[in-house]
Design a protein. Structure first.
Length: 256
């Protein structure tokens, strides 16, 4: 498949905007009506805490928490939708589900809330999938993600910050990597523009490549000696004059 696989659509912008808007809407409901959504988060190894597997990504503790998650989600969801359009909803859905379940299994005995686990799913999936495809545009996207969000890797370790859920971050990283292995992307092929890009290209038969030796030095082509052409037997450089002589023997005598 060629680069036509990457097609822009309105959903590239609409999906991240709607997702982030919904997070802010839930937070507005929490503030406006004084709802306590924290109890709907993930509480590890309890039956009631399983509801947080679905609800926890949409619950945030304060405005700073929500803002810090909103900006990465806008960027990463747009990148996911544009470059991995067919896998977008599966990565989001299963990313929330499995990262939540892992957090429920390994988390501390406290409520785990926030969309940061989903952010780690997206970062992990985009990075590892780009490296696996070996396609230059997706590899460049992977490197860009590492450049911008590479520092997040420190927050998958315990005791870096007691206020954050490192278990959720680690669960998101593991889930994103697993999804990158599970979901296959098309084989991307670069459009061939030049003869030397063909797999069966033979440089020994190319007129331009013949002007270079094995060390890459420019050389002149050997002069082809032309064999001297032998003129045909009837050819002559001397001038020849021809005289027409009448044949009188064969002429008949006039009657008397």
């Amino acid at each position: 498949m060629n680069e036509n696989h990457f097609k822009y659509s309105n959903s590239v912008i609409a999906l991240p905007l709607f997702f982030v808007w919904f997070l802010w809407f839930v937070y507005w409901l929490q503030i406006k009506f004084d709802f306590d959504f924290f109890e709907n988060g993930i509480y590890p190894r309890t039956v009631s805490g399983l509801q947080g597997v679905v609800f926890s990504p949409f619950i945030h503790s304060d405005l700073e928490h929500l803002y810090n998650n909103s900006i990465p989600l806008l960027i990463l969801l747009a990148a996911l939708k544009y470059f991995y359009s067919r896998q977008t909803f599966a990565v989001i859905g299963y990313g929330i589900l499995f990262s939540g379940l892992i957090t429920w299994l390994i988390g501390r005995d406290s409520y785990h809330i926030g969309a940061s686990s989903l952010i780690y799913v997206l970062v992990s999936f985009i990075f590892f999938k780009g490296i696996q495809t070996k396609y230059y545009r997706l590899v460049a996207l992977s490197l860009a993600v590492v450049l911008v969000y590479g520092g997040m890797v420190w927050y998958i370790f315990p005791k870096v910050d007691e206020k954050i859920s490192w278990e959720g971050h680690l669960a998101g990283l593991i889930t994103g990597f697993a999804l990158s292995l599970f979901y296959k992307t098309p084989e991307f092929k670069k459009i061939i523009k030049y003869d030397w890009e063909h797999p069966d290209f033979n440089p020994m038969e190319d007129k331009f490549m013949q002007r270079f030796d094995e060390s890459g030095n420019f050389v002149n082509l050997p002069v082809i000696e032309m064999e001297e052409e032998i003129p045909p037997y009837f050819a002559s450089s001397s001038q020849v004059d021809y005289t027409i002589v009448e044949n009188k023997k064969n002429e008949s005598k006039p009657e008397s």
